[in-house]
Design a protein around this ligand. Structure first.
Ligand SMILES: Nc1ncnc2c1ncn2[C@@H]1O[C@H](COP(=O)(O)OP(=O)(O)OP(=O)(O)O)[C@@H](O)[C@H]1O
Length: 220
């Protein structure tokens, strides 16, 4: 893997929901390249289209016009997703939640658990391993979500408002966990946020307003 490898390219990628007078343009012709190891913050207020852009990058939505191209080298497990809140499965322990992507990818349960425990330790959540999601806080749950992505060892981590519902100090710890996960695996990291303090911790910041993605550091 070369360090300047391009993972995802958006060219004039747009996403419109609905048709006719009811149509909502969530993303207007966005141009974006994500390379291996990049650290990108997409910053904008609620409703500006950040989640929609992330869904395009992940392939969860297809562009209505323009193109989104993912490198074939990403493979089926190459993208790790972290969503805002409530993403853990309630009936599974923290360790089982963390190991789940590996079990689904046919790793043995013992190896998956070892990888999960190592990932939890890296994000400072080893002591939570045997708890259920209902027994941990929102900030802890987001760190577990970071550990789950870390265990998966993706090439690209997409985190949608991972600190959105948290206070500043807790949000900073969640971002620490995501940066640790990305550094440890060499993954690219894209974080959407409305919080400039969180955005300042990523290398490149791009503002979104009303579905428009502005150039790096360009302030609309
Ligand atoms: N499935 C959908 N159907 C119709 N409209 C949608 C859908 N998803 C999003 N939208 C609209 O697209 C626009 C962008 O929404 P999006 O969720 O991408 O913004 P956001 O910046 O992520 O907001 P938030 O921070 O509140 O999640 C909004 O006007 C929203 O109402």
């Amino acid at each position: 893997m070369s360090s300047d490898e391009t993972l995802v390219v958006c060219r004039d990628a747009a996403l419109t929901f609905g048709q006719g007078p009811q149509a909502v343009v969530a993303v207007h012709g966005a141009d974006l390249e994500i390379g291996a190891g990049d650290r990108l913050a997409v910053v904008g207020p609620s409703g500006s289209g950040k989640s929609s852009l992330l869904h395009l990058l992940a392939g969860l939505e297809q562009p209505t016009s323009g193109t989104v191209t993912r490198a074939t080298s990403l493979g089926p497990y190459g993208i790790g997703l972290v969503f805002q809140g409530d993403s853990l499965i309630p009936a599974l322990s923290v360790a089982e939640n963390t190991a789940l992507p590996l079990v689904l990818a046919d790793r043995s349960e013992a190896r998956a658990r070892d990888a999960a425990l190592a990932a939890l330790a890296l994000v400072d959540a080893a002591d939570l391993a045997d708890r259920l999601p209902e027994e941990i806080s929102g900030g802890q749950a987001q760190r577990v979500a970071a550990a789950r992505v870390l265990a998966q060892e993706p090439r690209l981590i997409l985190a949608d408002e991972p600190t959105g519902r948290l206070d500043h100090a807790t949000g900073a710890r969640v971002l620490d966990a995501l940066l640790t996960a990305a550094d440890h695996t060499g993954a690219a990291l894209v974080v959407t946020t409305h919080d400039p303090v969180i955005a300042a911790r990523l290398t490149v910041r791009r503002t979104m307003r009303d579905g428009r993605l502005f150039a790096p550091e360009e302030v609309p």
